[in-house]
Design a binder for this molecule. Sequence first.
Ligand SMILES: [Zn+2]
Length: 700
Amino acid sequence: MLLYKRKNEEYGIFRYAVLFSEIEGRLKKLSEKYKENMRFDVMGYSHEGRELFLVTLAQDVSDSWLDEYSKQRLEILKNPKAALADFDEKNCPPLPVLINCNLHGNEISGTDGMLAFIEEVLEGDKREKYLKDTVILISICLNPDGRSRGLDCCNGHGVDLNRDWIAQTQPETRALITGCHKKYYPTVFLDMHGYMSSGNIFIDPCTPPHNHFAEYDLLASHLLKNAREMAKEIKEKTNLNTDIPAEIWDDGWEDYCPIYSTGYFMLNGAVSHTIEVNFPSEEGAYVAHCAAVGMMAYVLENKWQLYKDQCEFYSRGIENKKDSNFHTDYYIIKRDKNGFADKTAKQLIFNGISVYKNETGDYVIPLSQPLRPLIHNKLWQGEDISDMINECYDIAFYSHTIMRGLDVSRAEKGDPKTVNLREFKVESRYFDAGSEVLTGLKLPETPENLHGSQTQSAHKSPRILVVTESGTTYEVLSEMGYDVDYLPFSELNTGWRIDTAQYDILVLGGTKSQFWEDPFEDKTGIGYQTSGGLWERGRREIISAAKNFKKLILFNYAGMKVNEELCRINVKPLQPEEAKGSSFDPENNKYIFNVSNGSFCMVFKPEDPLCSGYEKKEVLYLVAPLAFESVEAAVSIRFGEDSFINGFSKNKRYFDGHIAAFHKTDNEYKTVMFGFDPTYRGYTDVSFKMLHNAVKIVND
Ligand SMILES: [Zn+2]
């Protein structure tokens, strides 16, 4: 269960801004007035059951017209060459343009700006042209739980949706993919964000490095010109300036990693932008409106070129020419006992990728597919980009292969491993409402018999309180069948008192920048004074509550600090890596996450209970890990020699040979400490079981 002071209540919002509960009424009124050209549908529901609305503006919004249009769009992926041959500049079909609003809960302005933009489209002097040449799709509020309840940037489960586009663990992310994206494959995508606190607005294109597989040359010219068109419209109407990262910085705002909305849509062939408006004022909403107008001007002006380039994008995938060092004809995923290969295959299919089985029953994914860029991003093993850049915005790369511990090989055409392929189809839809987020996680024991046979009386699941920077820790433990409550930082910051008597185990974790320091500390109150990180008040409460817990599972920086305060285990930590300068530099509007992240070779102690189910050597995906020189406890996991493999690190040898996880039982006190988050954002399936092992250790 999620703990909140005020459940299911809608909070007030800035005076001009629309409450989430008012949106449906507003849309209804507009769609009644303009029923020929506007409709709105429900794409899905948020965690707390709020509607995820999709507004469609088109020359005809009947079911039959939109079905036909959707078919035509899907045909472009199947046969892009024919789709190009069938049309020319004069009869180019309308282009789908997708605008996504309020993905971050407290970044409200896109929604208000787009409500006004809808009226502009339907009533303004460009009406006929807009409706003839485009189909405008507006996801009016992708994070209604956040909007309604002022929950910092995250959704109702404490998950940052703008890091979830490849993992796709959240209902909001999945709804936009099934309810809109997969019907139309938008040509242009704009994601409405806000409040980087400088006076200037911010619009992509990003700095290098760009994603290897995004066919960036096709997108780049559009990205820059489209951004300039948006900036021009904003300047004309408001006299505000816009910063374009690609024009002002060398690095630090890159589109290398595909976890963001723009990254995902780029890999699906859309010219994609993030816009950060400056303030959540009425003007902020107007800036969002102006950006949409500027973007539409670009789309109308460059329609045929955009269409041609999108066809070319899919053609390049289908042809699968050898055009990079990472070229292969097939990825082959070996089936595993954990079911992570099955999960991956289903997820590829969910994303419109064809998956086959070979004679030995392994999954084979041919690269000659329109979405080749997405396949590479999911299945490659990353590379070392440490020397390519000085600063890295977030994590360096994504890889199901590394994060799920999969055995993925490559094969060229004619390879015996790929013979007799049979197409593999998912019988049921993978992401049914209420379906398991982490299907395939097979636990060696059920929580009911955690205590083993000797303690017959203790067949009850322990009660666990989770206080971590991402709700995915809570989701993972819940799915394992534990009795878990999750307390978001936002509640702790505003005075939640932890009732320690209710719980057996405290699970606590967070990185330095999200726990001890808040890179986005909201001094001006523009994010309703909510925060992604803990404030002093929250930290004090968590430390005093932790003292009352005899069973602690601690991870990362937060865990280390709490252990330090409580003196449960004597440790000599390696000095945590320091980010250069401040982790968020408001002067330059830069957020820098330049701590080590990526794949690391780790050495496990096979007989240690924390290592149960693991081999002696494992590759783990770690983000901002901590290491220890010595500990007065049982050491479970160490960094290997030459441990850093791929990703970003300015201190590659820093962790080598040092301690990464340990545990101690001292009379009634039982503590497990990880130097890393074993459930990081829900990405790292291969390490989830360690958390289960940890529960077992402290609960024994
Ligand atoms: Zn944002």
